[in-house]
Design a protein around this ligand. Structure first.
Ligand SMILES: Nc1ncnc2c1ncn2[C@@H]1O[C@H](COP(=O)(O)OP(=O)(O)OP(=O)(O)O)[C@@H](O)[C@H]1O
Ligand SMILES: [Zn+2]
Length: 715
């Protein structure tokens, strides 16, 4: 309570002395009504004043004042706040002229409602109250006054005063801060400083200087910390800017942007790839496919020409063929020939783990394409998006994507100028709804190239590198049955790399043969240490194959014999069909079996039955397969007749044993024929084996020279 003056003073500016005097003056006058009596009355109305319980209740007696009557309280308040009790109209108990209000209006007419609030809570009841409650009301009042719009002269002065105080404070902020810092821990700091000064025996006269030095050191440390913080902030800023640049650069990189394009969210953009530089000229060895696609090119170039008679062109073309046969290349060539945008999408791009993303990508792709018609949409690996719609708990939403694809394909008119080319290696895996007319209704087969096609492809890719004129692409083509266009391209590339590694200026047949063997049988194993005995056995084994092939009329011509370990083999003889064999005769099949037997027969004849090796197992596999197919599939056994036996497990035991018997006879006869040939040409066999031991690898010409008994030129 006695902090009243300090609480009220700044606002109401009633000095404490004034207040004390005011309290004392009514005490001296005669008072007839006791405050306690009125207090009883008051108790009825405001019981909470009593309920204050333990709270120290301060009344006038506490101040050493005698009890006051109600009229005296007015006197007291009047002397405290002159004019407070004047004009006792209900609406303006606190209407005083020296207190200004929120507005001109209030200033002029009084605090109407606000004062009624105050009144109801305290003075209006005109009951005597404890001094504490009066004071607490007084405390309310100044708070109210504090927010007024007009300032009294005194408060203004005080405000100015306090502002100037604040100003001086700010001006001396750093020293005061340091001071504060030093003072805050003064106990410990001064103690330690004092201790330090004591232990260092610093004379009294220098102690001040010592302290000043300490403070200066502190300030310098502060400045250093500030500097470090600044540079740290700068470094962070630079790193952040660099990071932003890095991300921007990555996004600008075409390769990465393509990746982002295909891997980011729902609204991934689709950019057409203009393939002006790819034409049918670039696709070799698939003439039929090119011819079929030629009409699609015509349609894209001139749609009216085809639709004038009311005809419809296919919406979708399905390219079917093994991997690497040039399906993508063909689709690009179609767009390139017609000079229209080419939209590429891989089926796996639509295979998303998030529900609806695949379908959304399909929608985007078709929307873009339709806006840029005429154009070509190419969907590679169509089977991964258009596979059969199976009900699987693992892929509950897999149908969404294919349904979207079907809907999009139905969604545009056949002559709108958008051609969808799909490619797949497994046409049988496609959903039937996708391959019905009106969707992918045209199928174009892109097979592995034949010997002519392989020669063309090899020539095409050889023309892109430096090669020797002695290179005969046809020989390589003959030795690469079943190679796809991509594999042939790889063969030429590997040969070019090998020539570069060997320091040659041009690619020769040697490098091409090398890379062919590498692709067919794995890399050479030059580091493998093979002892002479094993080398000799291998040389006789391989030359046994070669001799049979050379002296059997219907066998394929020899291309090469080698005892260089490669992949899982210790040596091999490669034979070259003159042409791709579409059909094989009985004599050709028997000759193949005889050539297979040549290896083991050679081992037996040269080293004896006890020294035959395990090296002939794959030869026997090969021979047995041929014999079995002759008996069970090709109707080439007299005893079993012209009948196929597909599932030998389900056959009667008699038939099974009859088949086995026939196969065994074929193999035994083959073995005997091979034995006869090797016995007959024992000298040539020996010469060839020795040549192989000397030269490791012999090509067709060299084998011929050796077998004709001529001497090989020293290499
Ligand atoms: N007939 C061909 N003529 C020329 N180059 C070819 C031929 N076939 C394949 N290639 C070469 O092989 C590469 C791969 O071929 P492409 O991607 O077109 O095969 P694909 O049939 O689409 O294979 P996948 O089924 O695996 O997608 C081509 O970029 C091209 O360099
Ligand atoms: Zn063999």
């Amino acid at each position: 309570m006695f902090s009243l003056s300090s609480t009220v003073q700044p606002q109401v500016t009633v000095p404490l002395s004034h207040l004390i005097n005011a309290f004392h003056s009514p005490k001296n006058t005669s008072i007839s009504v006791s405050v306690s009596a009125s207090q009883n009355h008051h108790r009825d109305v405001v019981p909470d004043h009593e309920a204050a319980g333990n709270e120290p209740v301060l009344n006038l007696r506490d101040l050493g004042l005698s009890e006051l009557k109600i009229g005296q309280i007015d006197q007291l308040v009047d002397s405290l706040l002159p004019g407070f009790c004047k004009g006792k109209s209900i609406s303006s108990h606190w209407h005083t002229s020296h207190v200004s209000a929120q507005s001109f209006f209030e200033n002029k007419y009084g605090y109407l409602d606000m004062f009624s609030t105050l009144r109801s809570s305290c003075l209006y009841r005109q009951h005597s109250r404890t001094l504490k409650s009066i004071c607490s009301d007084l405390q309310c009042w100044p708070v109210f006054i504090q927010s007024r719009g007009f300032k009294t002269l005194k408060s203004r002065t005080r405000r100015l005063q306090s502002t100037s105080e604040r100003l001086t404070e700010t001006q001396h902020i750093t020293p005061s801060f340091v001071k504060g810092f030093l003072l805050r821990d003064r106990g410990s700091d001064v103690e330690s400083l004092d201790k330090l000064m004591k232990t260092k025996n610093i004379p009294e006269a220098h102690q001040d200087a010592f302290k000043t030095g300490f403070a200066e050191g502190f300030l310098k440390a502060q400045a250093l910390t500030q500097k470090t913080n600044d540079s740290l902030r700068r470094t962070r800023l630079i790193l952040f800017v660099l990071l932003l640049f890095g991300i921007y650069g990555l996004l600008k990189n075409p390769f990465l942007s393509v990746r982002f394009r295909t891997t980011t969210g729902l609204d991934s953009a689709v950019d057409p790839v203009q393939m002006k530089n790819v034409t049918f000229e670039h696709v070799k060895g698939v003439e039929e496919a090119k011819q079929e696609l030629q009409e699609v090119v015509e349609f894209l170039k001139n749609p009216q020409k085809f639709t004038v008679l009311g005809g419809k062109l296919p919406k979708g073309i399905l390219l079917v063929g093994p991997p690497g046969t040039g399906k993508t290349l063909l689709a690009r060539a179609v767009a390139g020939e017609a000079d229209v945008p080419f939209y590429y999408a891989s089926g796996s791009e639509f295979d998303e783990m998030f529900v609806g993303v695949g379908a959304s990508r399909i929608r985007n792709l078709f929307r873009e394409a339709k806006a840029n018609a005429p154009c070509v949409i190419f969907i590679d690996e169509l089977d991964s998006v258009g596979g059969k719609r199976i009900e699987s708990p693992m892929h509950p939403y897999s149908r969404q994507t294919i349904n979207q694809l079907l809907a999009e394909m139905d969604g545009f008119k056949p002559n709108e100028g958008v051609i969808i080319i799909g490619a797949t290696n497994f046409p049988e895996a496609l959903d039937n709804a996708l391959i019905r007319p009106g969707r992918f209704d045209m199928q174009v087969t892109v097979p592995r190239p034949d010997v002519k096609g392989r020669t063309e492809i090899l020539k095409w890719y050889l023309n892109k590198i430096k090669f020797d004129q002695s290179v005969d692409p046809e020989i390589i083509a003959r030795g690469t049955v079943g190679f796809s266009g991509a594999e042939l391209e790889n063969l030429v590339n590997q040969a070019a790399l090998k020539a570069a590694v060997d320091g040659k200026e041009m690619v020769t047949m040697k490098e091409l043969e090398f890379s062919k063997d590498k692709i067919l049988m794995g890399p050479e194993r030059r580091s493998v240490e093979i002892d002479n005995k094993n080398k000799t056995i291998t040389a006789y084994h391989e030359s046994g194959h070669a001799i049979i092939a050379y002296y059997t009329k219907d066998a394929m011509p020899i291309n090469k014999a080698t005892i260089m370990p490669r992949g899982p083999t210790l040596g091999h003889v490669s034979l070259l069909p003159e042409n791709d064999r579409w059909n094989e005769t009985r004599a050709q099949l028997l000759a193949q079996m005889d050539v297979s037997m040549g290896g083991r027969v050679a081992e037996e004849l040269i080293f004896g039955t006890d020294h035959i090796t395990t090296g002939a197992s794959s030869d026997f596999d090969n021979a047995t397969k041929i014999a079995k197919r002759m008996v069970t599939k090709f109707g080439m056994s007299e005893k079993l007749g012209v009948m196929t036996y597909s599932d030998t497990g389900k056959l009667s035991p008699e038939t099974q044993s009859a088949i086995e018997q026939e196969i065994r006879i074929l193999l035994r006869d083959s073995y005997e024929r091979a034995k006869h040939i090797l016995k007959t040409h024992a000298k040539e066999h020996k010469n060839l084996a020795e040549a192989l031991l000397t030269y490791e690898t012999l090509d067709a010409k060299e084998i011929q020279i050796v077998l004709e008994g001529k001497k090989l030129e020293v290499r």
